[in-house]
Structures are given as C-alpha cells and as structure tokens.
Design a protein around this ligand. Structure first.
Ligand SMILES: [Zn+2]
Length: 181
C-alpha cells in the first residue's frame, strides 16, 4: 500500500468511528492568540501540549525557523488576517533550540540543490525574478536574535492593531521548556 492509500484507508476509519469528536471546536480561536512557530516535526504535538493549547484555542502559523521575514511576507499577512478577521488579540513568535535554520547558509542549500541535478539555467531563471538566493535561503546565527527580529517586524507593522501584545519565546524541542526572549 502506498503512503497515500494507507492514509486514506486510515482516514475512512477515522471518520467512520467519529474519532474527530474530541477535536470539535469553533472556527475562531477561543484563547484569542496567534502562534508563529517553526515547521520542525518535533513540535507538531509538543508545542501545543507544552502551552496547553488545544484544537480551536489558537491560530497556528508555521514556517522554516518560525521567522517573519518581512513586513509583507505571507506570514505577516496571515498574522493580520488572524487579528482582524479571526478574533485573535495577541501574537506569540516561538523559535526553538536545535533548529534546522540555525547556522544554515544559503551557499550550502544552493550546493544541495545543484547536487540534486538542478541546472544552472534554472538558477538564472530565479535571478531574473529579482530574487537574491543568498539572502532568501539564509538561516540565522542566533535563535534569540531571530525571534527578536521577527517580533520587531510584527510590532512595527503599520497595520498592526494598536496595543497588540507581540511576545517572543524559545522552546526546547526535547523537554518542551519555554523561555521568554
Ligand atoms: Zn526549526
């Protein structure tokens, strides 16, 4: 059975057995909070459990490193949608130790892309779009600094509702311990 077939077979049983019952929730976050965190697979369950966040409690946004890269990135747009259209009232930016983006240099990723056989001509196409890969694919050197940077981008956004708390945290992906930045 392929992975997809396996998932679909499981899903049929999930629905049939009404296993969704414990997850029923309103579509607006009851704790009125938006969480931006890393896509790291160890955080799927650990992060919400460590914060006592359940289905329906919060808006969860994920990206590589949990970074808000620029004031007009997709993540920032999602934050604004959560605040204006979904009833959220606070933003938590949560980085984590041992992150894959920590120490990631664009040149390493460009090498890895080339090793997979992506031709130089494809890189030229990206360049033509005005994308600076060296900047776009770069990770960070300090998770605390990165969280601080994201917090400042959100805090200083001209469209942020006045008085919105924007809080930076770091989670340990092994123990779930949360430290304020
Ligand atoms: Zn990460």
């Amino acid at each position: 059975m392929s992975q997809l077939e396996e998932m679909l077979a499981y899903n049929q049983q999930f629905v049939k057995n009404q296993s969704y019952r414990p997850f029923e929730a309103p579509s607006r976050p009851t704790k009125k909070m938006t969480i931006v965190s890393c896509m790291d697979c160890r955080l799927i369950e650990l992060l919400p459990k460590a914060l006592n966040v359940k289905n329906g409690d919060a808006i969860m946004l994920k990206s590589a490193g949990g970074m808000v890269e620029s004031p007009y990135s997709n993540t920032m747009k999602s934050i604004l949608v959560s605040l204006y259209e979904l009833g959220s009232e606070a933003v938590y930016i949560i980085g984590h130790t041992d992150c894959g983006m920590h120490g990631l240099h664009a040149h390493k990723m460009i090498d890895d892309i080339k090793k997979r056989g992506v031709a130089d001509q494809k890189f030229a196409e990206v360049l033509e779009q005005g994308v600076d890969l060296d900047q776009w694919l770069n990770g960070f050197q300090s998770v605390e600094d990165e969280v601080q940077k994201s917090v400042s981008i959100v805090k200083n956004h001209p469209l942020l509702p006045e008085g919105t708390p924007v809080i930076g945290l770091v989670i340990d992906p092994k123990t779930g311990e949360i430290t304020p930045v």
